[in-house]
Design a protein around this ligand. Structure first.
Ligand SMILES: *[C@@H]1O[C@H](CO)[C@@H](O)[C@H](O)[C@H]1NC(C)=O
Ligand SMILES: *[C@@H]1O[C@H](CO)[C@@H](O)[C@H](O)[C@H]1NC(C)=O
Ligand SMILES: *[C@@H]1O[C@H](CO)[C@@H](O)[C@H](O)[C@H]1NC(C)=O
Ligand SMILES: *[C@@H]1O[C@H](CO)[C@@H](O)[C@H](O)[C@H]1NC(C)=O
Ligand SMILES: *[C@@H]1O[C@H](CO)[C@@H](O)[C@H](O)[C@H]1NC(C)=O
Length: 356
């Protein structure tokens, strides 16, 4: 009898972990380098077994219809792709219309952006993280109003409101242009307008663990603070480009991002290939703790998980007793259960670490 209870707890712990830890992948700026893009996607499949829950491309994935067709050819129709709007995506009316239509059907467009950007700025939740996608080409009324990226008042106000409503302990934001560009586009990113950039980054430091972007074609990860002291600062992670050609440093990059609820941290594995059509390797791992600044956030989440755990526990006991009862009826007292909820994310992390 004792061993059966141990088994219940093991299955419970397994299930609990699975439901609260997950991963997703990020690329940026493939543009029309189809062969390079497909190669990077195939490497995602080969090296880490797929995209995780969803795949975000942080802008400049034009022509959109072709890049999506490539994505589907590697991962299938059911895989979730999240194309962020970048400066090149708004240069062609066909791409703008395609992106709007695509997002109308996207399961990630849960909370819609401000008027005029309701199909290009949005947010959604995968516990314990709140995800936000920003369209930085939005000018306050039109989704493709500005070529030079900006966080205009309308977008900023929407973001403030969205982050205030959020109850999850962690927040990740995606946009196309860096706030603090490294290597390239040094005067042609969100720092186009320093007061607006500073206002945006202050908000990031109040709520957000990571701001993922692209635009420069050059991977970089930096932690930038502001006047808020005594806390961790937001990371800006530029995903580089999923291509070698015309990307300035000839390095193709993708990111594998684990959300580890148990450790309250986000683990980013950086995969790169420096040789055209050469195999990708893990070159860096960043462990980014949840900021956990707002004191009201954590208890709210905590309560929710506690109730969730109790409900799960009761369900498991019930299922166990029913299954046990049926089994005993059929087979006598000879129950054998193999827990098949193997915690594959943990294995994957270990495999990637060995490669580092
Ligand atoms: C716009 O994009 C579409 C779809 O990729 C393409 O067929 C068309 O030639 C492009 N138009 C211009 C002016 O670049
Ligand atoms: C966004 O999508 C909705 C339908 O889901 C549509 O009514 C609206 O006009 C779209 N807005 C823009 C700016 O594309
Ligand atoms: C956005 O751009 C459109 C087209 O250029 C323009 O008509 C509109 O007034 C702009 N909106 C704002 C708020 O600047
Ligand atoms: C970009 O900005 C930096 C610092 O703000 C300045 O030193 C540099 O001259 C600028 N470069 C260009 C090309 O405008
Ligand atoms: C990238 O590759 C091109 C052509 O293959 C070469 O001319 C250039 O020097 C390379 N750039 C770097 C930064 O290695």
């Amino acid at each position: 009898m004792k061993s059966k209870f141990v088994l219940i707890f093991l299955i419970l712990i397994c299930f609990f972990n699975l439901s609260l830890s997950f991963r997703f992948t990020v690329t940026a700026d493939p543009r029309d380098e189809q062969e390079d893009w497909i190669f990077a996607l195939q490497q995602i499949k080969e090296k880490i077994g797929g995209i995780g829950e969803f795949h975000v491309t942080a802008g400049d994935q034009d022509p959109e219809d072709e890049r999506y067709a490539d994505f589907v050819s590697v991962f299938g129709e059911s895989a979730i792709w999240c194309p962020v709007w970048g400066n090149h995506d708004i240069q062609n009316e066909t791409n703008i219309i395609w992106l709007r239509e695509f997002n109308k059907k996207s399961p990630l467009v849960v909370n819609k952006g401000p008027e005029g950007s309701e199909n290009s700025t949005f947010s959604w939740d995968v516990d314990p993280v709140h995800f936000v996608v920003l369209n930085e080409q939005y000018n306050g009324s039109l989704d493709h109003g500005i070529y030079r990226a900006d966080i205009v008042d309308e977008l900023y106000d929407w973001l403030v409101d969205d982050l205030e409503k959020n109850k999850n302990p962690s927040v990740i934001v995606f946009g196309h242009a860096p706030a603090y560009p490294q290597h390239r586009h040094l005067n042609d990113s969100l720092n186009n307008d320093i007061p607006k950039r500073d206002r945006f980054w202050k908000l990031m430091n109040q709520h957000v663990e990571i701001y993922f972007c692209g635009h420069t074609h050059w991977y970089s990860a930096i932690q930038v603070g502001n006047e808020i002291v005594g806390q961790e600062y937001t990371y800006q992670i530029d995903a580089g480009a999923a291509r070698w050609s015309h990307n300035n440093n000839n390095i193709s990059t993708f990111l594998n991002v684990f959300v580890n609820e148990e450790k309250s941290e986000i683990q980013v594995h950086v995969w790169q290939s420096k040789q055209v059509m050469g195999e990708f390797e893990v070159v860096e791992r960043l462990d980014i703790p949840f900021l956990q600044i707002t004191s009201t956030k954590t208890p709210a989440g905590g309560d929710k998980y506690f109730i969730f755990a109790i409900v799960l526990f009761v369900i498991f006991i019930a299922i166990f007793l029913i299954v046990n009862f049926i089994f005993n009826k059929i087979k006598g007292n000879n129950l054998k259960v193999t827990p098949n909820n193997e915690y594959e994310i943990e294995n994957l992390i270990e495999q990637e670490d060995e490669l580092l």
